[in-house]
Design a protein around this ligand. Sequence first.
Ligand code: NAD
Length: 339
Amino acid sequence: MKQVRFAVVGGGMGKSHIKGISEIPEATLTAFCDIDEKIAKTVAEANGLDKYYTDYYEMLRDGGFDCIVLCTPDQIHREQCVAALEMGYHVLCEKPLALNMDDCRAIDAAAKASKGKFMVGQICRKTPGFIKAKELIDAGKIGDIFFIESEYAHDYAHIVSPWRWDTKNLRPAITGGGCHAVDLIRWLAGDPIEVMAYSNHKVLLDKPVDDCTVAILKFNDNVIGKVFCSIGCKRNYTMRTLIYGTKGTIICDNRSASIQLFEMGNLDENGHEKYEPVQYPVDINHHNATGEIKDMCDIILGDLPVTITAAEGSNTVAVCEAILKSCAEGTPVSPEYIV
Ligand SMILES: NC(=O)c1ccc[n+]([C@@H]2O[C@H](COP(=O)([O-])OP(=O)(O)OC[C@H]3O[C@@H](n4cnc5c(N)ncnc54)[C@H](O)[C@@H]3O)[C@@H](O)[C@H]2O)c1
């Protein structure tokens, strides 16, 4: 069986990707790098590697792998992606692609010029409940979407990783974590043409960014939507998402064992719609790194088109950037998409 040799960079989310690599027969881990030597050594040893790297560029020079999985701080995605792509490596980069459109444009240009395949890890597109929702929408089960809303509600109060709270290179909540909900909306309903947004900072007062954001989205064909992002909320993590169509409604999230479809045509004795939801069972897998690794192997070995390109990742950041601009200026803003 042909193999794809992977190098993983970063020992936080990187561990999920290493597990994903171990679960895919066509994938082999051949290198690991973390700037923190203790992490680099521990992870390498735990995975049977006889060498570890603390210097990304030394690892690039040594080679011995086909695809790099970047699980490093968002602020350095640009330099690490561009360096790998210029050397012709395939790259799977964690989301968000970057924290601003300047960085995204540089990565997109490098990806377009490289012989390497480049994918962004927008994981909601690999989450079973959301895949099922998309299947139902594409099959016409809810008719035409007229309203969509998604939330990213995740309490970051105890998340300590310093790069998330870097005051010199801010990681806005809507781009850092909220990009999941923005990307999911784009995947299910298309690109918003205008956003109007507000944010506040009332919970994580020791952190340097607004912790709550809400944006109203306007799409073509008079479709509207809403995204909500809170990293200070006092509840369990959820990405509850509602998709309202002219014939039905889907309610789903990333942490439940089923999604709900409400359809028309089921009348009660008074001739009114009953709207009892059909439950579709789904696996709970809100970080399906194995699915991403499998996708990457299929794309590389089959020379297939990339499913979540640098442009796709960039355009999710474009919406986040428009939301931030709208919050700052108090006016509607159109995202600046790239093609
Ligand atoms: N898909 C998801 O749901 C999800 C969830 C969490 C984080 N992420 C993304 O994954 C990426 C990593 O986040 P994390 O939670 O694993 O962070 P983390 O802080 O837990 O881990 C990052 C690791 O990168 C290492 N590192 C930093 N600079 C480096 C460099 N120059 N070279 C090599 N290693 C370096 C750090 O030492 C650290 O071990 C980010 O892009 C983040 O947004 C995605």
